[in-house]
Design a protein around this ligand. Structure first.
Ligand code: ZN
Ligand code: ZN
Length: 100
């Protein structure tokens, strides 16, 4: 992780970061699934449920591709057999399912 991937985070405190007030497992920021709840709530409260607004806010557009940045910086990988792009673990799952 580099600094421009986001602010430095404090370590997990044992309380879920979605704000539900529940305790988490050791070393975890979220209860299972609550990260997706929080992610959806950010999209709803800050970007009007619009991924386009989220992208534009961060300077991305069809000409300034967020996916290209992710792969150019080596954060994401490109499947060697097709156009699929994703996190290394996602590419591994994709290749197993696609059998290539
Ligand atoms: Zn929670
Ligand atoms: Zn592929």
């Amino acid at each position: 992780m580099t600094l421009d991937e986001g602010p430095r985070l404090p370590g997990p405190t044992g309380r879920c970061w979605c704000g539900c007030g529940q305790e988490t497992g050791a070393g975890a920021y979220f209860r299972p699934g609550h990260d997706k709840t929080a992610e959806a709530a950010v999209l709803a409260t800050r970007y009007g449920n619009s991924v386009v607004r989220l992208l534009a806010h961060h300077g991305f557009s069809p000409e300034a591709s967020v996916v290209a940045e992710a792969t150019d910086r080596g954060i994401w990988e490109v499947c060697p057999a097709c156009e699929y792009r994703g996190a290394p673990a996602s590419v591994t799952v994709h290749r197993r399912k696609a059998k290539h």
